[in-house]
Design a binder for this molecule. Structure first.
Ligand code: SF4
Length: 150
């Protein structure tokens, strides 16, 4: 079962990877410089990719031939905080909505923490800890639901 709240959005990702105290967005667009962090399985569950895999323009082009890459893969980029419509002022609203939605729909959190390439800098993990990781595998980013930046 996959869990895709209607307003899971992403923002344009900078080719610049996170540095310093910046956080990673785990639901970013497929753009050159983003990291491929998961593949959506046939069951709708995201299979995390634990190694850092930076995508390039060719990957985006090839993956786009079969439709929105964000419907089949998960990407990470830089959390742009106030430049993202999901930023609430001090946190990301997406993971809060995902966790609320899972509770309402009685979706059981994943049993184990998935291996993850960005946990150390992840915005969602920094915000909600292991609860975010147990929900993450149910999140499918869809291009049609990607919001424009502020
Ligand atoms: S606020 Fe949330 S959705 Fe927006 S860039 Fe940051 S982590 Fe991604």
């Amino acid at each position: 079962m996959s869990f895709a709240p209607a307003d899971v959005n992403a923002v344009p990702v900078s080719a610049k990877l996170v540095e310093g105290g910046e956080k990673s967005c785990p639901s970013a667009r497929a753009e050159p410089g983003a990291l491929l962090i998961g593949v959506v399985g046939a069951d709708g569950i995201v299979q995390p990719i634990p190694t850092r895999l930076e995508i390039d323009a060719e990957f985006v082009e090839q993956a786009s031939k079969a439709g929105a890459p964000e419907a089949r893969f998960r990407f990470a980029g830089r959390c742009v905080e106030g430049k993202c419509k999901q930023w609430t002022g001090n946190s990301c609203g997406v993971i809060e909505k995902v966790l609320t939605g899972m509770t309402e729909q009685m979706v059981a959190p994943a049993e184990n923490l998935p291996r993850c390439a960005i946990r150390g800098t992840c915005r969602w993990y920094s915000q909600r800890g292991a609860d975010a990781c147990r929900a993450c595998v149910y999140v499918v980013t869809d291009q049609s639901k990607v919001a424009d930046p502020v």
